[in-house]
Write a protein of this length. Structure first.
Lengths: 164, 99
């Protein structure tokens, strides 16, 4: 949540309007999925219809989930759960969770720790400042750059091959 | 309260997240809605874990929270990178992933 607040403060919170208004009109050559997004962001009957469609799909999902969960044949769902006896090592205490994490789910624990490490490294790599403070330094064009659109996050861009 | 109430709340939270993922275009809001869906699933995991008196669901919820933290880390890093390159922060504009 703190990360979200920082990123919203960095990027600015009004992209939804800015992206909708700033996208501008497009040529007929760009038909495709983005047209649906354009309509969804814009105004008019199609946009409201698509928004309504999304809401209806979500409502249908909710109804389906509720039918599946509340109309289940499991009698235990209507009960209050398994009997519970308080104690230092009872169900749900930190001692219980820690014991499970370090014995039965040790592999999952370790894999999760490696995943966190990789995510931290990846976050640093993605968000670091590429090519130093001077944006135009070392802008030599490789032949492959002409075939590739800019800012697609390829490996050569990651190592500072062609930075805008 | 019976377990069914917790499951109902988790279904509602999950559906709210799904509606957000379907209708919104800002990747920040999209990530928040994904988080909402994961938290709905977590709530039902915890409820079922309590129902059976078994800790496996709680461990799985913890692992899901870890994976969600990783996903948010990478996603927000991508958003910051997009913003640095002055690319549109809009998931419809970013649908081409080929490099």
């Amino acid at each position: 949540m703190v990360l979200y607040v920082f990123v919203v403060a960095y990027v600015g919170g009004e992209e939804d309007d800015a992206a909708t208004n700033g996208a501008g009109p497009r040529g007929p050559s760009q038909w495709g999925m983005s047209q649906i997004g354009e309509r969804l962001g814009g105004s008019g009957p199609v946009a409201s219809g698509l928004r309504l469609g999304g809401a209806v799909a979500g409502g249908a999902l909710l109804v389906e989930l509720l039918i599946a969960l509340l109309g289940t044949g499991l009698e235990a769902v209507r009960g209050h759960g398994a009997p519970y006896a308080p104690g230092p090592h009872a169900f749900g205490t930190p001692a219980y969770i820690g014991n499970l994490l370090l014995t039965r789910f040790l592999l999952a624990f370790e894999v999760a720790s490696f995943l966190l490490l990789i995510a931290a490294v990846g976050g640093v790599v993605l968000a670091r400042r590429r090519g130093g403070l001077d944006d135009d330094a070392g802008d030599d064009l490789a032949p492959l750059d002409l075939m590739r659109p800019l800012g697609t996050g390829s490996m050569s861009e990651g190592v500072g091959g062609r930075v805008r | 309260m019976s377990i069914a109430w917790y499951l109902a709340v988790s279904a509602i939270v999950f559906s709210l997240g799904a509606v957000g993922v379907i209708t919104r275009r800002n990747p920040l809001v999209l990530l928040l809605c994904l988080e909402l869906m994961l938290n709905g699933a977590n709530l039902s995991l915890i409820a079922f874990s309590r129902m059976w008196g078994n800790g496996d669901g709680q461990i799985l919820a913890l692992i899901v929270m870890t994976v969600a933290a990783c996903e948010v880390c990478i996603g927000l890093g991508m958003i910051v990178a997009l913003y640095r390159r002055r690319l549109p922060v809009d998931v419809d504009e970013l649908r081409e992933l080929q490099g």
